[in-house]
Design a binder for this molecule. Structure first.
Ligand SMILES: [Zn+2]
Ligand SMILES: [Zn+2]
Length: 142
């Protein structure tokens, strides 16, 4: 079970809902990152559990999964899905064998953005003061 927390900056009011570090659920793993270009925090997907046998014969699934995995005939995917897309993807009925794809942490806006790993307690991406973590999880995810 992964947990998303609300982080707030007491100085400038910037808020982010992220895990605040490395976290892992049943279907995916994330790492919170600070993007220097966007000046925002994101949960970058670092691992994604996918069916080992290609489920992409079914057109409906193909539409949903191809943008996420971007597989080109067995090549490793170029860029990770966004956290929201990874959470919202369809689970594949009947799939028995899974594998984990791993990704280098990337900004969901552009993989070319420079970023660094962000682990609470850490600094506000806008103004640089330490951010406060809300005690209660904002959201739980698988
Ligand atoms: Zn701030
Ligand atoms: Zn960015």
């Amino acid at each position: 079970m992964g947990r998303t927390y609300l982080f707030e900056c007491a100085k400038c009011g910037y808020r982010a809902t992220v895990s605040g570090g490395a976290d892992r659920g049943f279907q995916l793993a994330v790492q919170t990152v600070l993007c220097f270009e966007c000046k925002r925090l994101y949960d970058a997907v670092t691992e994604l559990r996918v069916p080992r046998r290609s489920p992409l014969r079914q057109p409906a699934l193909r539409k949903r999964l191809v943008p996420l995995v971007e597989s080109k005939r067995g090549q490793r995917p170029q860029s990770p899905p966004s956290f929201a897309a990874a959470l919202n993807r369809l689970t594949v009925p009947g799939a028995r064998h899974y594998q984990w794809l791993s990704f280098a942490p990337a900004c969901p806006v552009s993989t070319r953005h420079r970023l660094r790993v962000w682990n609470h307690p850490d600094r506000c991406p806008k103004c640089g003061v330490l951010m406060d973590q809300n005690a209660l999880p904002f959201r739980l995810w698988d």
